[in-house]
Write a protein that binds this ligand. Structure first.
Ligand code: FAD
Length: 468
């Protein structure tokens, strides 16, 4: 039975990350008189700044970590509740927080993000990077490290192997090429030499504002006890980091080397063990001078074993659904996310979800697929708010155009990278090509490009003019 409710709101949003904050902002845009509460476990919220629509679907923006009062100043009618949600009573339309509060809602949006999938639980040498705290913990460990092993082939692994200096990096990827989550083997081949070259000076310059973690005195009181609700060795996290997360911290190991990365392809982790547990057969694959001198060993399925100081688990995220499941009947996707339909509605009435916590289960456009990225967290948060407001405004909402074509702009190995389109019909633009809009139009038009063949990529032909 749910406890007595303190207050009821028209809209309650859980999570102060990009999805939750965008959802709150859009709710006020749609319904200026809305009665909204934001319940968040972390002391800060993530704010989108300098938003720029580069083309119809490609967006560029910065993200800043700010005290939640900034949001309250912007929307005086907003109530921010600083506590983690520990239970949801969907039938009763209420949520219960760690500090004993019970809040009713007419419509709820869960934007609780995800936490790193760890290769192994509770091993002090295996770290995941998600929020400011975990990035700082990694930095501390790295500063004393001679060698680290990075496992994973997504965005975080790509950024880490490029940024870490003063330490040998072994990069274990399960695919035939690096960056498989984002691009194909051809693009990977183009990028790999950047790992061997010295980092250009300008790589150290950050064009975006850095994250600021204000001192506790400067923010509103955080009442939840962050250490009291561990889930698989991971306390209730702050918001996920995003582009430039490493700019505020020095990613330098204990050695004098600049960058030394070696990639182990097509392998997964067989075993993570102590020096004592290392099998004699694996010992033979170690460099003779490194047997027994490392705090942790990792055995890969390609038969190689490495001793190292830290293992970074960069193999994706697990959606943060745990507090919401007991007593409710959410349909979960295979990846553990809350299933949402084309109105961002979960299987529970009046409960929406957006961002890393949800899995898009509508019949998606062949040119769009879900990836747990900032871009999509913002788009989903915004669209969920429009769907939530639609009932109040008595108007119908159609699936937003941003879900027609997958688009994401980022930087890898100091190159601007624009990803556009689906896996088979798409483009990866590396460098300052200025072709994003042209290629986007070509994908959307579904024009037959066979006659142009490789000429499409000929730098001497101005295809922008050609297709205008
Ligand atoms: P989050 O940002 O994780 O926010 C979740 C919020 O929910 C937090 O405020 C948290 O405190 C709160 N919360 C959690 N549980 C509860 C609870 N029980 N009760 C109340 N509140 C709760 N994406 C990109 O597009 N580009 C990048 O370059 C990029 N780099 C990344 C680098 C790193 C190191 C990491 C970790 C991620 C990166 N991402 C990047 C991914 C991106 O950060 C996420 O996809 C995005 O932030 C997800 O937003 P979200 O709002 O869904 O979740």
């Amino acid at each position: 039975m749910a406890a007595k409710r303190e207050k009821s709101f028209q809209f309650v949003v859980i999570g102060g990350g990009i999805a939750g904050v965008t959802c709150v902002e859009e709710l006020f845009t749609q319904v200026p008189s809305a009665d909204v509460a934001l319940v968040t476990a972390g002391p800060h919220i993530k704010a989108v700044t300098n938003f720029r629509q580069v083309s119809r679907t490609v967006e560029e923006f910065d993200v800043e970590e700010r005290p939640s009062r900034v949001l309250q100043e912007k929307f005086p009618a907003l109530t921010v509740i600083h506590s983690a949600v520990k239970a949801l009573h969907a039938r009763d339309h209420s949520v219960e927080t760690e500090d004993g509060g019970v809040f009713g809602y007419e419509k709820l949006c869960i934007c609780s993000g995800g936490r790193p999938k760890l290769l192994i639980q509770d091993n002090p040498y295996v770290v995941g990077i998600r929020d400011t705290d975990s990035a700082q913990e990694f930095q501390k460990r790295l500063s004393k490290a001679r060698r680290i092993v990075v496992v994973g082939n997504g965005g975080i692994a790509l950024e880490l192997v490029y940024e870490v200096e003063g330490c040998e990096v072994i990069w274990a990827v399960k695919d035939k090429a690096v960056g498989n989550t984002f691009f194909d083997a051809g693009a990977a081949q183009f990028l790999i030499p950047s790992l061997e070259a010295a980092k250009p000076q300008e790589a150290a310059l950050c064009k975006r504002p850095r994250y600021t973690t204000e001192e506790p005195g400067g923010v509103q009181t955080f009442t939840a006890d962050r250490n009291s609700h561990k889930h698989g060795g991971w306390t209730n996290p702050g918001s996920a980091l995003g582009p430039d997360w490493h700019q505020g911290i020095v990613l330098r190991g204990a050695e004098q080397v600049t960058r030394r990365v070696s990639v182990e392809y097509q392998c997964e982790v067989e075993k993570i063990c102590t020096p004592e547990e290392l099998l004699p057969s694996a010992e033979q694959t170690l460099k003779p001078d490194t047997v027994g001198s490392w705090p942790v060993y990792i055995q890969l399925t390609n038969g190689k074993a490495f001793g190292c100081d830290v293992i970074v688990s960069a193999i994706g995220v697990v959606p943060n659904t745990h507090p919401f499941l007991p007593g409710n009947s959410f349909a979960l996707a295979e990846d553990g996310g809350l299933q949402v339909n084309d109105h961002m509605l979960t299987s529970e009435p009046d409960v929406y979800a957006a961002g890393d916590v949800c899995t898009a289960c509508w019949e998606a456009s062949p040119l769009w697929h879900q990836m747990r990225l900032w871009t999509q967290a913002r788009q989903m948060g915004c669209y969920a708010a429009r769907c939530m407001a639609a009932g109040v405004l008595s108007k119908a909402v159609e699936l937003d155009f941003c879900f027609e074509l997958f688009s994401h702009q980022t930087r890898f190995f100091n190159y601007k990278v624009v990803l556009s389109g689906g896996r088979m019909v798409g483009a990866v633009l590396i460098g300052e090509t200025d072709l994003e809009e042209t290629f986007e139009n070509l994908i959307l038009n579904q024009m037959d490009l066979t006659p142009y063949g490789e000429e499409l990529l000929n730098p001497n032909i101005d295809i922008e003019d050609y297709f205008d």
